[in-house]
Design a protein around this ligand. Structure first.
Ligand code: MGD
Ligand code: MGD
Ligand code: SF4
Ligand code: MO
Length: 726
C-alpha cells in the first residue's frame, strides 16, 4: 500500500541548501515545499527562486545518469555499456594501480568545481594515494580573498550586512541580484528601503547597481587603481579612523606616501570614473560607520590585478575601522566540529609527495601555505589546506598533453564540468583526449563526461545528506538529511572514494561505512547528533566581534591579529619577505591591442542557471533561451549591431557565437554569459552537446606564465576581444 510521508530535506541547486519538506511515497519524491523550520528559516527567500521547484523533475529527469557506464567505442563516440558498480570499481582500481606502478602516484589528478558536493573524501583519498595534483577553480573563486584577508588580518574576514547596524553598503564586483537571489539579496533590498547609501562598483548596470546611491562603472580590470583613488581621498581629507589606525594598523605612514599620486583626476583617466564621483564615494563610505564592503568574482577573475585589488580593499576596511564590527564584518573562528583539514588527513601528507606538485606559486602552494600557517597558528587556527594548495590547472592540463614535467595519465572529475567552466576549452579537450583513464562522477551526461572511460551515477539533491562548511574557515555548517534513498544505482560520491580506497590499500583509513556515519563523527565534538543537526539544518553559535581587543590571559596583552607584526598589515611584511609589493601596486593587464580593441567579461552570473548546470530543463530554457553578449547601445551602434543579432566574439584564443543584448554598461566592453551548451544536441563527437558553439571558455586562457604569481589567478574578465556580426 502506498505510504505518504513528509520528510525534511534540502534544495541543493545553489550554495544555500534551503530547507525543503518533501512529500514522498514508497521512497519516491512526489512534491516539495519550502520548509521555514529549517535554515535559512524564511519561506519568502524561495519565492523568487526558480530552481527548487524543479526538484521532483530533477530527481528522475530522463537525462540523468542512473547506472555505471563504461565506454565501448572510441573515446567520445557516445557508445556505452551498462556495468555493475563492482565491475566498475574493480576495473578502475586495477587500472589506477598499474598506472601508479608505472608513473608514480602523481600521475593521478582530480578536478573539482564550485560548492556542489562534499569534497573532503576526494582529498582524503588523494592524500592516502600520494598525489598532490587536485585542481579546482579556487584561484578564480574565493581563494584570492581568503589569502589576502589572511595576510592582512590574520584570518579570513566575512562581510556583514544588516539594516540595523550597517550604515553604508559597498558592492565591488559582486552582483547578488543574480548570483545570490536569496539571503543576501533580500537583505540588500531591505537595506535599500532604509534609505541608507549603497555604492556599486561594476562595469555593468546590474539590478544591484539599480538600487545604488552611486554606481561606479569601472573599466574592467582597473579596480586596484580605483581603490587606491578612494584611499587617496580618505587619507588626504583625513576621513580615516585615526584612533583605530594608531592602535591596530601597521604601515600607515608608508601608505600615505604610496597613495599620494592616485589623485581623483589620475584615477578618472585610468578607470573611466569621474573624479567627482570618486570623491563622493570615498566620503560616503568613510563617513558612515559601520560600513560594509562585499566583493565577488568581478575582482577574483581579473588576473594579476586581483591581488593588489583585494589588498587595497582590505586596507579600505582597515583604515576606516570597519573590522570585526557588527554590521561591517567579522573575523571567523575555527569550527567546533572536525574541520575538513583533519578529515582530509592533509597534515599527514608527506613532504616528498608535496614537492611533486605541479605548482610553483608563492602563496597558493604547499610552501606558501606553510609560511602562513605559522602565523595563523599563533591564534590556534589552521586554514584549510587542499583548496589553498591545489595544483595550477594549466600545468596539469599541459602535463596530460605533453607528459612534461612528468606524465599525468589519469583524472577523476567530480561535480564539475571543466570543458565549460575552466579556461581554455581547446587545451582541456586535448588533455582529456590524451588520458589513459578518465572517470567522471556525475548526475547528468555533460560534455566532459562524454569523453570519459567510466561515468558513475552520483546521488544528487534529495538523495543524499548535505553538510556545507565554508571549508573549515568558520564555525558554521548547514545542510540536512536526504529525503529518499538514491534512485536506480546512484551512489554518494563518498561511497566511490571509500570503495576505491578499500581496493587500493587504504582499508584502515575509511572507518565510516556511509557518508552519514562520517558526518555523525564530524559533528561529535559539538555534542550534537546528526539528527539534531537535521532538525534545524544549521549549526552556527553566535560569534563575538572585536576579539582582537580582548586580553590574552597568558600575556596580559590584547590578542591582536595573527600577522607578523601582530597588527593589521596595511604594509604586508609577508609580501616584503617573499619579494612581492608590500603595498598594493596595480598590475593592469595588457595595453589596448589594435586587433582586439574591446574588453571582455566572461561569466557574470545570471538567472535561472548555475554555471553549466540546468540546461536540461525546458522550463528554464524557455525563460532564458539564448547565450547573450551584452554591450552598451553606444558600443552596438559603433559596431553596427542591434539587439538580438548573432555575433562572433573573438579573442587571441578562439571565437564563440552569442546574441546581442543591449544594456546599460561601460562602453567598449562586452560581457558574454558562460556555461552554455545544449544537452539536446548529440552526446558524442564532434558535437559534444554543442560544446563549441557559445562556450565562453573557448575565449579564455589560464596560462601559467601570465597568471598572477602568488595565487595563480588568471583573467576571465578584462580580456582584449573583438566582435563581428555572425
Ligand atoms: N569564463 C568563466 N568561467 C568560470 C567562471 C566565470 O565567471 N567565467 N566562474 C568560475 C567559478 S567561480 C566556478 S565556482 C565554476 C563553476 O563551475 P562548475 O563547478 O564546473 O559548475 P557546473 O557547471 O554547475 O558543474 C557542476 C557539475 O556537477 C554536477 N553535480 C552537482 N552535484 C553533484 C554531486 O553531488 N556529485 C557529483 N558527482 N556531481 C554533481 C552537475 O550535474 C554539474 O554537471 O566555474 C568557473 N568558471
Ligand atoms: N544564477 C547563478 N548564481 C550563481 C552562480 C551561477 O552560475 N548562476 N554561480 C555561483 C558561484 S560559483 C559564484 S562564485 C558566485 C559569484 O557571484 P558574483 O561574485 O556576484 O559573480 P559575478 O556575477 O560573476 O560577478 C559579479 C559582477 O562583477 C562584475 N565585473 C566583471 N568584471 C569586473 C571588473 O573588472 N571589475 C569589477 N569591479 N566588476 C567586474 C560583473 O559585471 C558582475 O556583475 O555566484 C554563485 N551564484
Ligand atoms: S536559493 Fe538556492 S538552495 Fe535556496 S531554493 Fe533557490 S536554488 Fe535552492
Ligand atoms: Mo564560484
Amino acid at each position: 500500500m502506498a505510504e505518504e510521508q513528509l520528510l525534511k530535506t534540502n534544495c541543493r541547486f545553489c550554495g544555500y541548501q534551503c530547507g525543503l519538506m518533501a512529500v514522498t511515497e514508497n521512497g519516491q519524491v512526489k512534491a516539495v515545499h519550502p520548509d521555514p523550520t529549517q535554515y535559512p528559516g524564511d519561506e519568502s527567500i524561495q519565492r523568487g527562486c526558480y530552481r527548487w521547484r524543479l526538484a521532483p523533475e530533477f530527481i528522475d529527469h530522463p537525462k540523468r545518469v542512473n547506472y555505471p557506464l563504461k565506454r565501448v567505442g572510441e573515446r567520445g563516440s557516445g557508445q556505452w555499456q551498462q556495468i555493475t558498480w563492482e565491475q566498475a570499481m574493480d576495473e578502475i582500481a586495477e587500472k589506477m594501480q598499474s598506472l601508479k606502478e608505472r608513473y608514480g602516484p602523481e600521475m593521478l589528478a582530480t578536478c573539482i568545481g564550485g560548492p556542489h558536493a562534499v569534497y573532503w573524501p576526494l582529498h582524503r583519498f588523494m592524500n592516502l594515494f600520494g598525489s598532490p595534483n587536485n585542481m579546482g577553480i579556487g584561484q578564480i573563486c574565493w581563494n584570492p580573498g581568503i589569502w589576502l584577508n589572511t595576510l592582512i588580518f590574520g584570518w579570513p574576514m566575512e562581510s556583514e550586512l544588516d539594516t540595523e547596524n550597517t550604515t553604508c553598503a559597498m558592492f565591488w564586483g559582486v552582483n547578488p541580484s543574480e548570483s545570490d537571489n536569496s539571503l543576501l539579496w533580500r537583505e540588500v533590498v531591505r537595506f535599500r528601503k532604509t534609505g541608507k547609501p549603497i555604492i556599486v562598483v561594476d562595469p555593468r548596470r546590474t539590478r544591484t547597481a539599480e538600487l545604488a546611491t552611486l554606481w561606479l562603472p569601472v573599466r574592467p580590470g582597473t579596480d586596484s587603481v580605483l581603490a587606491l583613488g578612494l584611499l587617496h581621498v580618505i587619507i588626504t581629507e583625513r576621513l580615516y579612523n585615526a584612533e583605530f589606525v594608531k592602535n591596530w594598523c601597521h604601515g600607515f605612514e608608508r601608505l600615505i606616501e604610496h597613495v599620494a599620486s592616485y589623485t581623483p583626476k589620475y584615477v578618472e583617466k585610468i578607470t573611466g570614473i569621474e573624479a567627482g564621483v570618486i570623491v563622493q564615494a570615498a566620503r560616503l563610505y568613510a563617513q558612515s560607520a559601520p560600513a560594509t564592503l562585499f566583493s565577488g568574482r568581478g575582482i577574483d577573475q581579473i588576473g594579476c590585478d586581483s591581488v593588489p585589488t583585494h589588498h587595497a580593499l582590505a586596507i579600505l576596511k582597515a583604515i576606516t575601522g570597519n573590522v570585526d564590527l557588527p554590521g561591517a564584518s567579522h573575523l571567523n573562528e575555527m569550527p567546533d566540529f572536525i574541520p575538513e583539514l583533519d578529515l582530509e588527513l592533509s597534515e599527514q601528507f608527506p613532504q616528498e609527495a608535496r614537492q611533486k606538485q605541479l605548482n610553483e606559486l608563492a602563496l597558493q602552494s604547499y610552501s606558501g601555505y606553510e609560511r602562513v600557517r605559522q602565523l595563523t597558528l599563533q591564534h590556534g587556527k589552521r586554514l584549510p589546506m587542499r583548496y589553498l594548495t591545489s595544483a595550477q590547472p594549466n600545468l596539469v592540463w599541459k602535463a596530460m598533453v605533453t607528459n612534461k614535467p612528468y606524465p599525468v595519465r589519469s583524472l577523476v572529475v567530480m561535480a564539475t564540468n571543466p570543458l565549460l567552466t575552466q579556461a581554455d576549452t581547446k587545451l582541456i579537450y586535448e588533455a582529456l583526449k590524451s588520458l589513459d583513464l578518465l572517470v567522471v562522477l556525475e548526475l547528468f551526461q555533460t560534455p566532459t563526461s562524454m569523453l570519459a572511460d567510466y561515468v558513475l551515477p552520483s546521488a544528487g539533491a534529495l538523495e543524499r545528506p548535505l553538510f556545507e562548511t565554508k571549508a573549515g574557515t568558520a564555525n558554521i555548517a548547514y545542510g540536512g538529511g536526504q529525503a529518499v534513498k538514491p534512485y536506480y544505482e546512484r551512489r554518494t560520491d563518498y561511497d566511490f572514494w571509500r570503495e576505491l580506497g578499500l581496493r587500493l590499500g587504504q582499508e584502515t583509513e575509511w572507518p565510516w561505512e556511509s557518508l552519514v556515519a562520517s558526518l555523525e563523527a564530524t559533528l561529535a565534538p559539538t555534542g550534537f547528533t546528526w539528527n539534531d543537526f537535521c532538525d534545524t539544518g544549521l549549526y552556527c553559535p553566535p560569534e563575538d566581534h572585536q576579539k582582537y581587543a580582548q586580553i590574552n590571559p597568558q600575556t596580559g596583552e590584547p590578542i591582536g591579529f595573527a600577522t607578523i607584526s601582530g597588527k593589521i598589515e596595511l604594509y604586508s611584511e609577508l609580501f616584503s619577505e617573499i619579494g612581492y609589493d608590500p603595498l598594493p601596486v596595480p598590475k593592469i593587464p595588457l595595453a589596448e591591442q589594435q586587433d582586439f580593441p574591446l574588453r571582455l567579461i566572461t561569466g557574470a552570473r545570471f538567472q535561472p542557471y548555475y554555471a553549466s548546470s540546468f540546461r536540461q530543463f525546458d522550463t528554464l530554457r524557455a525563460i532564458h533561451p539564448e547565450a547573450w553578449a551584452e554591450m552598451s547601445a553606444g558600443t552596438a551602434s559603433r559596431l553596427g549591431l542591434e539587439d538580438g543579432c548573432p555575433v562572433w566574439v573573438e579573442t587571441e584564443r578562439g571565437k564563440a557565437r552569442f546574441v546581442v543584448k543591449i544594456t546599460a554598461m561601460c562602453d567598449q566592453v562586452i560581457s558574454v554569459e558562460y556555461g552554455w551548451w545544449y544537452p539536446e544536441m548529440e552526446a558524442a563527437e564532434p558535437s559534444l552537446g554543442g560544446l563549441w558553439i557559445a562556450n565562453a571558455n573557448i575565449l579564455t586562457n589560464a596560462d601559467y606564465e601570465t597568471a598572477d604569481p602568488l595565487i595563480g589567478t588568471s583573467a576571465y574578465n578584462g580580456l582584449p576581444c573583438r566582435v563581428s556580426r555572425a
